[in-house]
Design a protein around this ligand. Structure first.
Ligand SMILES: [Zn+2]
Length: 145
């Protein structure tokens, strides 16, 4: 469900927010008011996956990108049908073991895995898919070997 701003989302969701290591602001659009007021797409099932992953990893996860409004998604070069237009996350891999993060994400039940040099994209698409971004294959193959 779409909320048009972090403020609106907070007001509506405060009582039901149970994902202790995540906040609406970090999952909302990061276009900084260029194209929206900080839109946020609320999907409890996605958040349950994210929190479960966080619990498995046992250390903070940094959300580089969460929901994106349509114009911000286009601006940052996201695919036209990107899962970020609803909800997906790009998590920074810095400070984490890549292979461990990827394995934990798979065990958690995510289905979309985008492997970039500095982040891992995770979403809940209908069909499982794993892909590499520009010049990321070798980085990941080395750590997954
Ligand atoms: Zn935006």
């Amino acid at each position: 469900m779409l909320y048009l701003s972090v403020t609106h989302a907070r007001r509506a969701l405060t009582n039901e927010w149970r994902w202790q290591n995540f906040q609406i602001a970090e999952l909302a659009c990061k276009c900084s008011d260029r194209y929206c007021r900080g839109q946020y797409w609320h999907a409890p099932r996605f958040l349950d996956h994210l929190q479960t992953l966080r619990d498995r990893i046992g250390r903070p996860l940094t959300v580089r990108s969460g929901h994106r409004c349509a114009l911000w998604n286009a601006h940052v070069g996201g695919a036209p049908k990107s899962q970020h237009k609803q909800i997906a996350v790009d998590l920074a891999v810095s400070g984490h073991d890549r292979a461990q993060l990827y394995a934990a994400a798979r065990e958690t039940g995510f289905s979309g895995f985008g492997l970039a040099r500095s982040f891992i994209h995770l979403d809940l698409r209908p069909q499982t898919a794993t892909w590499f971004y520009h010049r990321s294959r070798e980085t990941w193959m080395t750590s997954l070997a």
